[in-house]
Design a protein around this ligand. Structure first.
Ligand code: ACO
Length: 715
């Protein structure tokens, strides 16, 4: 489908203009100057000839077939041009024109209308409101980017939702010597969107690295399916903006409050191996790393420097990354000792000290290249009278040619390193002005490698009781309850294999005393009401109730508290519950994200979860490996692993709970939010127990649009 965009034999520009300064003129100038060898048809009602090319008054007037039509006429004229495309059997259209969805209702309507019409006519389109595209392979530049910024041929396929960023990247890439295979401005993505482009670039033989800027994703499930598959053979680096909100304000659960769209993107990117750039600077830095360096064999790094400070700064950055400082082989150190001054540091970082020249760099670099304990190398230079940047850069160029290890350079300075920097750029050696940025970029190569190497275990679904859940949901909806109270919510998770404490709903004081005897003292007592979700906030929970008298007194007190604080709440009675002792509190939760579907949360439990925000997320369904990562990536995971002689909790049991939760929320797409808080976890041998749960649902027919991503699924 993309051949007509990327390799057209003929291009028509509707709105081509002879007047310099007009977009229709700039595009034509770029097409001609960039060397397109196919047919070019300027379309303009007046002009007989533009830039020496014969112009036609309309598409219909062109005698031959047209592969690609570029539209740069005002918005009102666009529908007419689309009709003309239909008559001419054109099926690939690039709409540069702005003035659609981005300007409000009227523009959005016009956009919907043209998309509908194009669908009827079998036309696929990029844009509107875009800068255009470049296909270096076809020598095609249909953009109105500055004519000085002509994309070089290279291995990066770039797409962007922001046109401004497109032109800026093109300009930057010229200076950095970075080249592109394809370069696409997506604009409003009225038809072709980011996932279509991922797929197109994933299949494009000229593209080895996919780079992109997105603000939103149209279909999260399809996006994840495509990204997961493509990132196995091509790195995908994306900058994503527009997502800092912590969560929906109206959320009624802890998970709902913590799970915003930013968390969903983070989880989706992580699970599918997408490398996230958090700034434009990182996007550029990673582009250079992935475009120029091979994927490393492992995560060890050697730092070679002529000054202590920057070497230490780099080593510190390594400490906070997935890289690790290589421990050099004895042969490497013994080999270097006689060749370097006695004051040089022979261990990693290797410091050839301040008077080191390019020869010392060569000696040390050769040794590091031969060292099997070293997978990555960072060469740092600070300009001294002896370390001339151009000479050192030449050493790097010759060394890089002989190795499959990633080598990056950090030359710190300005004027004195300019010569060296130019040599590095020309030779496609990644060059970073500061060591932290170099380490960060190399760290992402390691992340990508580790994601590629991950083997996801296949797990069978647990035997569960979906029919019980169906029934509980139907009963709740029958009563117009969208939020399930503790009793029903516990029954739901119990049907999916969660252990829950013995608990009985008491409907009177005496009834409470009777059931407490059956359960055994001490007990926990909780107000039972479908309207009261945060029970402890209104004094609705009492733990350690130790005698029948205390049970009677507590029953009374809990009801009084509820009536005072929530006079309109329907009170069903008081839940008398087995008191669980010991263990650690964790929280498991889920919120349905509008783009990515069910997003599962894990964190340390208790009432401070929303304050501490020490939680992790994944999009369900996920693998056992994802679940294990979720548990280990929270800051307080050390507390679960056993702290100061405490026994570690059973991590596998937590992972199983997460997998069971994943199964539940995938089976029931109409669950909107869910909290299991707290889930008490114990050392090995004792099954976790869910003390409390809450659940919000909608009618199944309202949830039909909820898509669930599928590992290895079609896209
Ligand atoms: N068929 C053929 N030619 C036509 C037609 C038609 N139906 N209608 C008009 N034309 C010709 C005009 O005669 C004119 O040619 P001329 O210069 O010889 O007179 C030419 O097409 C352009 O038409 P104008 O009415 O002069 O429109 P103008 O060039 O001012 O604007 C444009 C058209 C550029 C498409 C404008 O509507 C627009 O959308 N500009 C913004 C584009 C943009 O920003 N895109 C997003 C980029 S992303 C970013 O932010 C960087």
């Amino acid at each position: 489908m993309f051949d007509k965009f990327f390799k057209p034999q003929s291009v028509a520009v509707v709105g081509a203009s002879a007047r310099p300064g007009k977009i229709g003129n700039s595009i034509l100038v770029n097409i001609v100057n960039y060397g397109f060898t196919g047919e070019i048809y300027p379309i303009n009602p007046e002009a007989g000839e533009i830039l020496g090319l014969k112009a036609y008054p309309s598409l219909s007037a062109v005698p031959d077939n047209i592969d690609l039509v570029v539209i740069c006429v005002p918005p009102v004229a666009v529908p007419g041009v689309i009709e003309d495309c239909g008559r001419k059997n054109v099926n690939s259209v690039l709409i540069i024109t702005a003035g659609f969805k981005e300007i409000g209702h009227e523009g959005a309507k016009l956009e919907r209308d043209i998309v509908k019409r194009m669908k009827e006519l079998g036309i696929r389109s990029i844009g509107p409101n875009c800068v255009g595209l470049v296909s270096t392979e076809a020598k095609l530049n249909v953009t109105f980017a500055s004519s000085q910024a002509q994309a070089r041929q290279g291995n990066i396929g770039f797409f962007s939702q922001s046109g401004a960023l497109c032109v800026a990247i093109l300009d930057w890439a010229m200076l950095q010597g970075i080249g592109f295979s394809k370069f696409i401005s997506l604009g409003n993505k009225a038809d072709i969107n980011e996932t279509d482009m991922l797929v197109a670039l994933g299949e494009d033989p000229q593209t080895q690295v996919i780079l992109g800027y997105i603000e939103s994703v149209d279909d999260g499930a399809r996006f994840m399916q495509a990204a997961e598959r493509i990132s196995q053979h091509k790195p995908i680096i994306l900058a994503k903006s527009g997502g800092t909100a912590a969560g929906a304000k109206a959320a009624s659960s802890h998970t709902g409050a913590l799970a915003g769209s930013e968390q969903a993107f983070k989880a989706a990117f992580k699970q599918t191996g997408i490398i996230r750039a958090n700034s434009i600077e990182q996007l550029f830095d990673y582009a250079m790393a992935f475009s120029y360096m091979p994927v490393p064999e492992g995560n060890s790094i050697a730092i070679l420097t002529n000054s202590g400070g920057p070497g230490i700064i780099a080593a510190d950055a390594v400490e906070h990354s997935m890289l690790k400082m290589a421990s050099l082989l004895k042969d490497t150190i013994d080999g270097l000792r006689p060749k370097l001054p006695s004051t040089a540091a022979l261990y990693n970082p290797v410091d050839i000290i301040g008077d080191g020249d390019h020869e010392r760099y060569r000696i040390a670099l050769d040794a590091l290249l031969k060292d099997d304990n070293v997978n990555n190398i960072l060469v740092i230079l600070t300009p001294t009278a002896t370390a001339r940047s151009a000479e050192v850069a030449k050493v790097l160029v010759s060394s890089t040619a002989q190795t499959k290890k990633p080598i990056a350079a950090t030359f710190i300075g300005g004027y004195s390193i300019a010569d060296g920097a130019k040599i590095l750029v020309d030779a496609k050696i990644p060059f970073y002005p500061f060591p932290e940025r170099a380490v960060d970029a190399m760290d992402r190569l390691v992340f990508y490698k580790s994601h590629k190497d991950r083997v996801a275990s296949r797990t069978e679904p647990y035997p569960v009781e979906p029919k019980t859940v169906d029934k509980l949901f139907a009963e709740a909806l029958e009563k117009h309850h969208n939020e399930l109270g503790e009793t029903e919510a516990r029954a739901v998770i119990q049907a999916y294999g969660f252990r829950v404490p013995k608990s009985i709903l008491a409907t009177s004081v005496e009834h409470a005393a009777k059931v407490a005897n059956e359960i055994g003292y001490p007990v926990v007592m909780k107000i039972a009401s479908p309207d009261i979700l945060h029970k402890s906030d209104i004094g609705g929970v009492k733990v350690g109730v130790g005698s029948p008298e205390e049970v009677r007194e507590t029953y009374h007190q809990l009801v009084v508290n509820a009536v005072r604080r929530m006079p309109n709440a329907e009170i069903l009675g008081v839940l008398v519950q087995e008191m669980v002792k010991g263990g650690k509190e964790v929280i498991l939760g889920m919120k349905r994200d509008p783009q990515f579907g069910p997003m599962v949360m894990f964190g340390l439990g208790g009432i401070y979860v929303e304050v501490l925000k020490d939680v992790s997320f994944r999009i369900a369904p996920f693998t056992v490996e994802d679940a294990r990562e979720m548990v280990n990536e929270i800051r307080s995971a050390a507390l679960l692993r056993g702290f100061r002689g405490e026994k570690p909790v059973d991590m596998d049991a937590i992972v199983e709970c997460l997998m069971r939760l994943s199964q539940l929320v995938v089976d029931f797409r109409n669950i909107i939010e869910l909290d299991i808080n707290p889930l008490i976890v114990f050392p090995k041998g004792v099954q976790p127990i869910a003390l409390d749960a809450r659940l919000a649902i909608e009618r199944p027919e309202e949830a039909v649009g909820t898509k669930i991503w599928k590992r290895g699924g079609r896209f």
